[in-house]
Design a protein around this ligand. Structure first.
Ligand code: URA
Length: 319
């Protein structure tokens, strides 16, 4: 028998709450089986540790920025080209490194990776595994992870920015459950408090919108899972919905989305410094439908991008 399940590695620091302290250093994976693979095909990224020279391609990566939509992450990569003053030779364009896979996009701009993760935990989980292995094979060190997302807010003006201090599931439990070999394993979803505060300080410099640190509820569904009345099915009343949303809001939940639990749990398990920063696109205490114009949504989605870009510029000594 092995000692499965096993969460900690020798050398991990754990605080009294069971939190693994995020650390700098090499990006590590926790899978002894990988050593025995003659080739590891990162199928959904269209990369391999044998067919591609991953250290040459990626060893300088320091910041990995995830977001749901491929188009938004392309725009973020283009934005980072400007923010970092990267020169793209005339006639050349930014390349989607994972173009062969058609599942996710992956752009590299200097030390920044911009990656799409699709919608929901299963989609994020797949690309997170492969990005972690990619960084490990590339021998990257001191890497920080960010999720730049959209969410439904609770009691805050749409367009506000929420930085997640802790992610919880639809039952307000602070861990992601994964059915593994017939057992339910619970992976705690802690995030890096210092990074949250650093991002809030930057976000607060823009007075055009409100920024807060709060808890994020992560659900497995956009409609019934988030208490919406406008899905194809609904078994609860408008009163039930408001009572639930007010109850979770009273417990410190500022926004609702569909990836934070997995992002926080996987980053915590890898002892990575990571943060989740989302704009809100609707106040769920007032509406279920997202009715803002395309232009307004574009502007709101730029807010987390600008905050993270500024943080990266500061880290690189460019501010
Ligand atoms: N994303 C979600 O998951 N929910 C919302 O209400 C808005 C964006």
């Amino acid at each position: 028998m092995s000692d499965f399940p096993r969460f900690m590695e020798p050398g991990d620091e754990k605080d009294i709450s069971g939190r693994i302290t995020p650390r700098d250093g090499p990006v590590t994976v926790r899978n002894p089986h990988l050593e025995h693979l003659s080739e590891d095909v990162l199928y959904h990224l269209d990369l391999s540790n044998k067919a591609n020279d991953l250290p040459v391609m990626f060893s300088d990566v320091k910041f990995v920025c995830f977001g749901g939509s491929p188009n938004r992450m392309k725009k973020f990569a283009e934005f980072m080209v400007k923010e970092l003053g990267v020169k793209i030779p005339a006639g050349m364009a930014l390349t989607n490194i994972s173009h062969g896979s058609d599942r996710y996009v992956l752009y590299k701009v200097a030390s920044v990776l911009s990656v799409s993760h699709g919608m929901g935990i299963p989609s994020l989980s797949i690309v997170f595994h492969e990005v972690l292995k990619l960084l490990h094979y590339a021998k990257c060190t001191d890497v920080k992870f960010f999720r730049l997302g959209t969410s439904g807010g609770l009691g805050i003006e749409p367009g506000s920015v929420v930085i997640t201090e802790a992610a919880v599931d639809g039952l307000l439990r602070p861990y992601m459950e994964v059915a593994t070999l017939g057992m339910v394993l619970q992976h705690p979803a802690f995030l890096d408090k210092n990074l949250c505060e650093e991002l809030l300080e930057i976000a607060n410099q823009d007075k055009a919108y409100k920024s807060v640190i709060g808890k994020t509820m992560c659900t497995y569904d956009f409609y019934e899972g988030q208490g919406r009345l406008d899905g194809a099915f609904c078994d609860f009343t408008a009163e039930d919905k408001i009572a639930f949303l007010k109850r979770v809001h009273d417990r410190g939940i500022q926004n609702i989305e569909m990836e934070s639990l997995c992002f926080a749990a996987m980053a915590h398990r890898a002892a990575l410094k990571s943060a989740i920063i989302c704009c809100t696109v609707v106040d769920r205490l007032k509406s279920d439908q997202i009715t803002a114009s395309h232009e307004t949504l574009e502007e709101w989605q730029m807010r987390p991008q600008r905050v993270v870009a500024k943080y990266i510029r500061q880290q690189l000594g460019l501010e």
